[in-house]
Design a protein around this ligand. Structure first.
Ligand code: MN
Ligand code: MN
Length: 305
C-alpha cells in the first residue's frame, strides 16, 4: 500500500478504535476502571451508553458526516470554498443536521446547541461563547485535515469553518489547528521523537495546553483533552501502549482515546494497527472509513494540482 494512504488509513481507523475502546470507560474515574477491569484493554462495548461491542460513538460518526459532506461536494465545492464561497460550509452544517436527526448514540451539549442554531437561523457560527471550550470541534476535524493535506491556508480556513458551526472559542480554535498541524506532520512521516519536539514547541506558543507536569485530567474541556492526548502520545511510541494508557484515565475516554488513536495510528500506519482491535470494529464503519480516506486524499490532490 502507498505510504501516505497507509498513514491516513491508520489515522482514521486508529481514531475509530480509540472511540470504541474508550467508550466503555467514558465518565469513569481511573480508580473505578481499575476496580472493574484491572487495566481496560479490550473492545467490549458497554459503558454508560450501553454500546454494542465494536460500535463507535458520536466522535466517529460526526467525523464521517464531515467526511461525507466534503466528498459529496468534491473538488468543485472545495475550489469554490477557496475562492470565498460559503456553500461548502453550509453543506457541512446540513450534514451535521442530518447526523443529529439520525438519533446518534450521543451528542455533546455544545454540538447540539450549535446544530440547533444552524437549523434555526442558518448562521455558520454563533458569537464567541466562554462555554464553547469543549473538545467537540477538535474531535471531528480529521476529514478536513485529509482533504486539505499540502495546503496550509485551506487547512486552516476549512478547520476553523467546520469548528465554528458549533464552537466559538479561541481555545477550541487553537486546539483544532494545533492537533490538525501535528496530524499533518505525522502524515508526512514524522516519527515519535518529532512528536515530542513538536509538542514542546507548540506548547511554548500555546502555554494553556502545557502538559508537563501532567495534571491527570482527561475531561471534555479542550485544554484537559489536549494535555492528555499530548502526554500519552509523547510518552509511548507504541500504538497499543499509548491508547491503553490514555483510556485508563477515564473521563472523556472515548474522545481522548480517539485522538490518541488517530495520532498514534498515523505514526504506525494501518498495516501495523493491532489486528484484534481492527477486527472487532463494525464492518460497515471500517468500509466507510476506508472509502472516505482514499476519497479525501484525492480531494487534497485535486486541490494542489
Ligand atoms: Mn463520544
Ligand atoms: Mn466523549
Amino acid at each position: 500500500m502507498d505510504k501516505l494512504l497507509d498513514k491516513a488509513l491508520g489515522a482514521y481507523l486508529g481514531f475509530a478504535i480509540g472511540d470504541a475502546l474508550g467508550a466503555t470507560v467514558e465518565f469513569m474515574r481511573p480508580r473505578e476502571i481499575e476496580a472493574q477491569y484491572g487495566v481496560h484493554r479490550e473492545i467490549i462495548g458497554g459503558g454508560w451508553l450501553k454500546l454494542a461491542r465494536g460500535h463507535v460513538t458520536d466522535d466517529t460518526t460526526m467525523s464521517l458526516a464531515l467526511g461525507a459532506s466534503l466528498l459529496q461536494g468534491g473538488c468543485h465545492a472545495l475550489d469554490r470554498f477557496v475562492s470565498g464561497d460559503d456553500a461548502l460550509v453550509r453543506s457541512i452544517g446540513d450534514a451535521y443536521v442530518l447526523w443529529f436527526k439520525s438519533k446518534p448514540v450521543d451528542c455533546g451539549n455544545t454540538c447540539r446547541r450549535g446544530i440547533m442554531r444552524y437549523m434555526h437561523d442558518g448562521t455558520l457560527a454563533g458569537p464567541y461563547n466562554p462555554g464553547d471550550a469543549g473538545n467537540g470541534a477538535l474531535m471531528r476535524n480529521l476529514p478536513a485535515v485529509l482533504a486539505t493535506l499540502g495546503n496550509d491556508t485551506v487547512f486552516e480556513r476549512l478547520s476553523i469553518a467546520q469548528a465554528r458551526l458549533t464552537h466559538h472559542h479561541p481555545l477550541s480554535d487553537a486546539a483544532t489547528l494545533g492537533i490538525g498541524e501535528l496530524l499533518r506532520h505525522l502524515l508526512t512521516g514524522a516519527a515519535h521523537c518529532e512528536c515530542q519536539s513538536w509538542a514542546t514547541n507548540w506548547c511554548k506558543q500555546n502555554p494553556a495546553f502545557r502538559f508537563v507536569p501532567y495534571r491527570s485530567r482527561a475531561s471534555a474541556y479542550v485544554v484537559d483533552t489536549v494535555q492528555t492526548v499530548l502526554q500519552f502520545l509523547t510518552l509511548h511510541d507504541d500504538f497499543e501502549a499509548a491508547l491503553v494508557a490514555t483510556v485508563n484515565q477515564g473521563d472523556d475516554a472515548d474522545t481522548t482515546g480517539a485522538l490518541v488513536g488517530m495520532l498514534a495510528g498515523t505514526r504506525c500506519g494501518a498495516s501495523r494497527l493491532p489486528q484484534r482491535w481492527l477486527h472487532r470494529l463494525q464492518v460497515d464503519i471500517v468500509r466507510t472509513i476506508t472509502d472516505q480516506t482514499s476519497g479525501l486524499l484525492a480531494l487534497a490532490n485535486g486541490l494542489n494540482a
